[in-house]
Design a protein around this ligand. Structure first.
Ligand SMILES: Nc1ncnc2c1ncn2[C@@H]1O[C@H](COP(=O)(O)OP(=O)(O)OP(=O)(O)O)[C@@H](O)[C@H]1O
Length: 289
């Protein structure tokens, strides 16, 4: 039995008369401790897929299963980090993470909560911002708070929706390494969404492309067999990395081109009509031909 499974899942939005099928017949089996990267274009349905995995939305058809049990509601076993941070604006960095930690570990003493929160804030290098509110932070800093909050909840499955997209290249590299370290040490299962082929190739065991919507589905996966730990500094000299990166990029670019070629030209040619002038001839100031 697969650990985390999407079994023939479909979902759409809108009334039956004007329905958009967003995801169609999605099948995915994630093994325990596996790191899967889902890669796709903007608007293809990646966040919707994450919401389904987290139990935040129910599929119209099919099932999401964790350990064989149907996922129907969100819960502490599935920790999702959203793309848009979703921090509570009236709480500090400490307060935002503390709230989540108290929910997941209700038996922690005050000192344990403090120690736990501070450990994860330190991990994302935000200790100096511990008492700041979200509006005082940059986008990248908010993204790090959100990541620390998800990690601090220590879920069995980490669902990361473009977790590093708002970060500069250097911080991004630091946090990529941090996520890999946590995943390796704590033996978690990770499903991460990204639109960065390098990131997916560096981090994942398997890259699964999401096709272009509407009715997007998962294409055949690209296994990443490079040995770990992967040497970031020499990746561009690693022939296996370069080959895989090129194959994934070529696949994604080809899919994009195919989808554009299929698009019907919907521009309408307007007839050359001159409006009729209904004002009485005596009141006409402008002559209309
Ligand atoms: N609750 C909803 N109601 C109606 N349409 C929705 C809803 N949620 C998502 N959609 C539509 O589903 C499609 C996919 O959206 P989604 O946010 O999952 O894409 P995405 O791949 O994550 O995009 P991006 O990378 O730009 O964040 C879009 O066309 C969006 O408008």
């Amino acid at each position: 039995m697969a650990y985390l499974e999407l079994d023939n899942v479909s979902i759409g939005f809108g009334p039956p008369s004007n329905r958009t099928e967003v995801l169609k017949d999605i099948n995915l089996s994630v093994e325990e401790n596996e790191f899967v990267a889902i890669i796709g274009f903007s608007g293809s349905g990646k966040s919707t897929l994450m919401s389904l995995l987290a139990g935040l939305q129910k599929p119209d058809k099919g099932q999401v299963r964790l350990h064989g049990s149907v996922v129907e509601n969100p819960g502490p076993r599935l920790g999702i980090m959203f793309q848009n941070y979703s921090l509570l604006p009236w709480l500090t960095v400490f307060g935002n993470i503390e709230l989540a930690v108290r929910q997941v570990f209700p038996k922690f003493t005050k000192a344990q909560v403090k120690e736990h929160v501070e450990r994860y804030v330190e991990m994302v290098s935000l200790t100096p911002a511990l008492e700041k509110n979200p509006h005082e932070l940059s986008g990248g800093m908010r993204q790090r708070v959100s990541l620390a909050r998800t990690l601090a909840m220590q879920p069995e499955v980490l669902l990361l929706d473009e977790p590093l997209s708002a970060l500069d290249a250097l911080t991004r590299a630091v946090l990529q390494d941090e996520i890999i370290r946590i995943w390796e040490e704590d033996k978690r299962t990770v499903v991460m969404i990204t639109n960065d082929v390098d990131e997916a190739t560096l981090m994942a065991d398997r890259i699964v492309p999401l096709t272009i919507g509407p009715a997007a589905t998962l294409a055949d996966p690209f296994p990443v067999t490079m040995e770990r730990p992967r040497d970031r500094a020499n990746l561009n000299k690693n022939p296996e990395f370069m080959k895989l990166k090129n194959s994934v990029t070529r696949f994604m670019v080809g899919m994009n081109k195919e989808s554009k070629d299929l698009k019907v030209d919907t521009s309408v040619k307007m007839p050359n009509i001159i409006p009729h002038d209904f004002t009485p001839p005596t009141r006409r100031s402008v002559k209309v031909r």
